[in-house]
Design a protein around this ligand. Structure first.
Ligand SMILES: Cc1cc2nc3c(=O)[nH]c(=O)nc-3n(C[C@H](O)[C@H](O)[C@H](O)COP(=O)(O)OP(=O)(O)OC[C@H]3O[C@@H](n4cnc5c(N)ncnc54)[C@H](O)[C@@H]3O)c2cc1C
Length: 341
């Protein structure tokens, strides 16, 4: 019989479980129910009692590694914590969020047990055996993987499961002791852009894509890059959308052309960019070519604003296309958003 362990870590507060961790709890619960297997949740947090309360109704044995040493994401302490939790749970299947914190340590933890790790899992199925689904070749081939090797570690992609949301209450949990190795790294602070400057927002409902058209000559024969930048930033601010870009637009920076200063290659969506997950997407000034649209695989409802009535979006890539000037459309949308309409 499999013994399932969900590894979960706290968010920046040190006491609340991250959303990805709660999604992993759901994945673990569903698998445990199908296999009729035992499930444990292993928590890495500063304040274990508070973090454990979020999973008090998960029907799982709760184990926790806690203390100041685990306030920061650091390879040595996180790997030791995960190892101790796996040992305590005698886990054969370990499910964890594909967060930067756990993705960094999980291959090493699997290696310490002579186990196997698979990353970017999007679904876990199977009733007799465990079957993990993931995409290969830039999200073009979907594979279902099963393995004999145990323990088997599965890092689950964010946004693929509902976050576990049971009522929180006092939860009995078992404290697991960790022998920490000598640690060379101490995180003395975090330097991050202000929330307003952070344009990539994986949890946003809407993906707003800017294409190269924003910086091209418009019908008056001139470019309007500053106006484009203002319209896009105003919209992101008012809507909370995440900002994506076509490759042509982000590449312009390398050619010495005038570009939108808040865009980097991290914003690029597509075959050689990212494949984000959002409920809705709105493309503006973008042609909708296949290498770009392949990055929209996990976008639910797709809309586009393009001047070109013959663009890729109109050829079946979008649900709704507005053949219109995006400058005018976004100015009107911003006006409505600011009015609270
Ligand atoms: C191997 C390979 C990998 C690639 N990978 C990627 C990738 O990962 N991501 C990616 O995006 N691309 C990728 N590309 C490039 C891709 O094929 C396209 O060249 C690129 O997506 C085009 O970007 P665009 O639509 O923004 O620009 P353009 O093709 O220049 O289109 C601009 C559009 O804006 C419209 N427009 C202009 N002004 C306005 C206005 N005022 N209002 C409304 N619309 C307006 C125009 O009508 C036009 O349709 C790849 C290409 C190759 C060969």
């Amino acid at each position: 019989m499999e013994s399932i362990l969900v590894l979960a870590h706290a968010d920046e507060s040190g006491a609340a479980l991250s959303k990805g961790s709660l999604e992993a709890v759901t994945a673990g619960q569903e698998l445990a129910a199908r296999l009729n297997a035992e499930i444990s949740v292993g928590i890495v947090a500063t304040d274990a009692a508070k973090a454990a309360s979020a999973v008090s109704r998960a029907g799982a044995r709760v184990l926790a590694v806690a203390g100041e040493a685990f306030a920061q994401a650091r390879f040595a302490s996180d790997a030791a914590a995960c190892e101790a939790l796996c040992r305590a749970a005698k886990a054969t299947i370990v499910i964890a969020p594909q967060s930067s914190r756990f993705a960094r340590v999980m291959a090493a933890v699997a290696h310490r047990f002579g186990g196997f790790v698979d990353t970017h899992i999007t679904a876990i199925g199977g009733t007799e055996a465990v079957e993990a689904t993931r995409w290969f070749y830039r999200q073009r081939i979907e594979a279902v993987v099963s393995r004999e090797k145990r323990p088997w570690f599965l890092l689950v992609d964010a946004g693929t499961h509902e976050a576990f949301a049971g009522e929180s209450g006092e939860a009995p949990f078992e404290r697991v002791a960790v022998e920490l190795p000598a640690m060379r790294t101490n995180v003395t602070g975090v330097r991050a852009p202000k929330q307003d400057e952070q344009t990539i927002r994986p949890d946003a409902k809407l993906l707003f894509v800017a294409g190269a058209g924003w910086t091209k000559k418009q019908p008056d024969g001139k470019t309007h890059v500053d106006e484009a930048g203002n319209l896009i930033l105003q919209f992101l601010h008012a809507s909370g959308a995440s900002l994506g870009s076509s490759k042509s637009l982000v590449d312009q920076g390398g050619e010495g052309n005038s570009v939108l200063p808040f865009l980097t290659h991290l914003n690029q969506v597509g075959q050689t960019g990212s494949t984000p997950r959002h409920a809705k997407g709105l493309a503006t000034c973008c042609h909708g070519e296949e290498p770009h649209v392949v990055g929209w695989r996990f976008i639910g409802e797709r809309r586009a604003v393009s001047l070109d009535a013959n663009c890729g979006w109109t050829r079946g890539k979008a649900d709704v296309v507005y053949v219109a000037d995006a400058f005018a459309v976004m100015a009107k949308v911003n006006e409505l958003l600011n009015r609270g309409a």
